[in-house]
Design a binder for this molecule. Structure first.
Ligand code: F6P
Length: 366
């Protein structure tokens, strides 16, 4: 009898998802032809819909997809089995818990294991499903690099490269026009993308959620650069950065099934704060946005994704359900999902990467 494995990609998309899917399929075929790998379209929505939206992931289907961005089985960062959107009698959208239904469907379809590739929100869903008896394995994904117990998540290095490329380009136009440029990058509550790109690209100021910023301190660097230096500056700000005593700029929840508040406006707020300093030069903003999540994964992320995919399949074979694959340089390790989701992986302010930034005279706003 065929052994069946369900694969889902959840949360925001990320370069490397397809490389994980391909690695799972390739590794499963190596084990035996008995394994059938099935993708659930748009995270677990595919299996919860009627009719179900499932796709067989054969070696032919996944051939060459490791170089493609996005995910061939789709994703969503809203709703899910524990917050399934439904219309009430008044036509308002509300949510219901369909997790028991999901478990029943997984059993009915004869799945021997489930691999859930996703970030923090998706792994919280994995844990709750595991507690209800689902044979699930987690694969950490996110450009934000904010999952604990893994040195890196795939997608992060590609996002850093895209942000670095943006700084390289902004430097030349900022210099030509004698402007200050603010580049806003993603990362949610963590400043990993901002800090790494600031070091790689050579930004003057880098503002991260882990260090609430003081405008007077930023002013010191800007005055140096504008009045006494080359006359331009590049600032990188993480979307979750906030001034001392302030809140993360956000638009609240976009819909009832949204898992997290929508961060928006950190860069815009900073531009008006800098304008208030009257430094005599224009300040312009670039919000890099979803460009950071699109396009092809770089080699590092493809390799990490391939490692995660092959290992995750082996974890299914070993029945390591309720665990997540991790990268702890130079090896792959595993951790209980419950442990991994306990806290975000935020930047340790005493770490060497922060010391490096300070050593390069990057102003961190403190
Ligand atoms: O978690 C990944 C991420 O890209 C965050 O950096 C960002 O805040 C969020 O997703 C944006 O999500 P959306 O696709 O809903 O705009």
């Amino acid at each position: 009898m065929k052994k069946r494995l369900l694969v889902a990609t959840g949360g925001g998309d990320c370069p490397g998802l397809n490389a994980v899917i391909r690695a799972i399929v390739k590794r499963s075929r190596l084990e035996s032809d008995d394994w059938q790998v099935i993708g659930s379209i748009d995270a677990f929505n595919g299996i919860l819909q009627d009719p179900m939206k499932l796709v067989e992931l054969t070696p032919e289907v996944v051939a060459g997809i490791h170089v493609k961005g996005g995910t061939i089985i789709g994703t969503t960062n809203k709703g899910g089995p524990f917050a399934w959107p439904v219309k009430d009698i008044k036509g308002n959208i509300t949510t219901v818990d369909r997790s028991n239904d999901l478990i029943r469907r997984i059993q009915y379809e004869g799945f021997d294991g489930v691999i859930n590739i996703g970030g923090d929100g998706s792994q919280r869903i994995s844990q709750k499903l595991f507690e209800k008896g689902c044979p699930i394995i987690g694969v950490p994904k996110t450009i934000d690099n904010d999952l604990s117990f893994t040195d890196f998540t795939f997608g992060f290095q590609t996002a850093v490269e895209i942000a670095t490329d943006a700084i390289d380009k902004l430097v030349t136009t900022a210099a030509s026009h004698h402007r200050i440029f603010v580049l806003e990058v993603m990362g949610r509550y963590a400043g990993w993308i901002a800090l790494h790109a600031a070091i790689a690209g050579g930004a003057e100021v880098c503002l991260i959620p882990e260090i609430p910023y003081n405008l007077d301190k930023i002013k010191e660097s800007l005055v140096d650069r504008i009045k006494d230096g080359p006359g331009f500056a590049v600032i990188i700000i993480a979307e979750g950065a906030k001034p001392i005593g302030g809140e993360m700029a956000n638009e609240g929840f976009k819909s009832v099934e949204s898992h997290e508040v929508h961060l928006k406006g950190a860069g815009e707020r900073l531009v008006s704060e800098i304008d208030s300093l009257e430094l005599g030069v224009e300040t312009r903003l670039l919000v890099l946005g979803h460009l950071q999540r699109g396009g092809i994964p770089n080699a590092f992320d493809r390799i990490l994704a391939a490692q995660f995919g092959t290992k995750a399949f082996e974890m299914v074979l070993n029945k390591q359900f309720g665990e997540m694959v991790c990268y702890t340089h130079p090896n792959l390790t595993t951790v209980k999902i419950k442990k991994a989701i306990k806290e975000y992986n935020l930047i340790d302010l005493d770490s060497d990467i922060v010391a490096t930034a300070r050593g390069l005279d990057i102003n961190l706003g403190d």
